[in-house]
Design a protein around this ligand. Structure first.
Ligand code: SF4
Length: 334
């Protein structure tokens, strides 16, 4: 598996690049009732003390198995879930403290592309209205809607004549291009791509990733690219954050993490990736599935699945250890 080339990696590590988004100890917990007569309240710690930053014109890949909390994290940043605690600074503004009206205005700068291209599009709206809706709402429409729609379709590699069609008339890949056209129409600073290519065929995935890379260069975009698939993330992300049960367990440049994964969970994800011409072998020896949030293990959350688990791992949760551009949350490095 190859990671995104070094040109992009050095761009991400450029200290001159300003932080666009900074997340500090973000927690998003939900309450659930369980047990006899549903009297016992339990906290589902979907996001449990997450910190990271994204620089201007950088892509951070957020990777982890289904149910690790990565989608809840994205939804919290978008204001679709309420944070329990923590701080988020976006464009020098405290995102979690904004009023509803201020957050609405901020949406111009913070866009999203969801996994399911069809359900993300209003079936009763044609392409003209879909891709120019935001421009009208934010008073950014200069010229006719048709003109803007044609330009936006051309930007995402689609035939300009398609502006009068409706979502059901397109393939999955074309629908996702329309979603991307809508997202870039407002010239945002950051786009959260939540499993944005997961529903597409592999060949279409590659085309959409190339489109995202081209648009990033053209419009100086940053992405938070959320995916369960590390091989997809490695093709687009400058840096990677690996998430397990609500926490980030490893970060680093994509090339470093792929070449030398530190956390046993990251090693497991890499070992499970298919290799062309070879039978898939999970050489890490890590087994099992992500436990339920309500059954969070004591100590290190990964210890029931970790072959290298020690006594301390079952007693004490590891702190995050940082060195240069890497971080890892594991007692092996204490
Ligand atoms: Fe494995 Fe222990 Fe590291 Fe957790 S802290 S990943 S159990 S070695």
């Amino acid at each position: 598996m190859e990671a995104k080339p070094d040109t992009a990696m050095s761009r991400s590590q450029d200290p001159e690049k300003k932080a666009l988004l900074e997340v500090f100890e973000l927690k998003t917990w939900f309450s659930s009732s369980s047990g006899m007569f549903a009297r016992q309240k339990q906290h589902i710690r979907a996001v449990d003390g997450v910190s990271f930053r994204i620089r201007q014109n950088e892509t951070l890949g957020l990777v982890g198995e289904s149910g690790c909390g990565k989608t809840t994290l994205g939804r919290t940043l978008l204001g679709l879930e309420t944070a329990t605690s923590g701080h988020v600074i976006f464009k020098d503004r405290p995102l979690l403290s904004l009023s509803r009206k201020e957050m609405d205005q901020m949406r111009r700068h913070l866009q999203v592309v969801f996994q399911d291209p069809l359900s993300s599009l209003n079936p009763r709206m044609n392409v003209i209205n879909i891709v120019t809706e935001g421009l009208v709402r934010f008073g950014m429409l200069k010229g006719s809607r048709q003109e803007h729609a044609r330009r936006l379709l051309a930007e995402v590699g689609m035939d300009e004549a398609m502006i009068y069609r409706f979502p059901h008339e397109f393939s999955g890949g074309q629908r996702q291009r329309i979603n991307i056209a809508r997202a870039v129409s407002l010239r945002p600073d950051l786009i959260i791509c939540d499993e944005a290519v997961s529903a597409l065929d592999v060949s279409i995935q590659a085309q959409v990733i190339n489109l995202l890379l081209t648009l990033q260069e053209q419009h100086f975009l940053s992405y938070l690219f959320i995916s369960h698939d590390l091989s997809v993330v490695s093709n687009i992300a400058d840096r990677v954050a690996v998430m397990y049960l609500g926490q980030i367990v490893e970060t680093g440049s994509t090339a470093e993490v792929i070449r030398e994964p530190l956390h046993p969970y990251t090693r497991m994800l890499i070992a499970a990736l298919p290799v062309a011409g070879k039978k898939k072998v999970d050489s890490s020896g890590v087994k099992g599935e992500t436990p339920l949030y309500t059954a969070r293990p004591e100590g290190c959350r990964f210890n029931p699945r970790c072959r290298q688990a020690m006594d301390v791992c079952r007693r004490t949760a590891p702190d995050e250890i940082r060195q240069n551009s890497r971080s890892v949350r594991c007692h092996l490095y204490s």
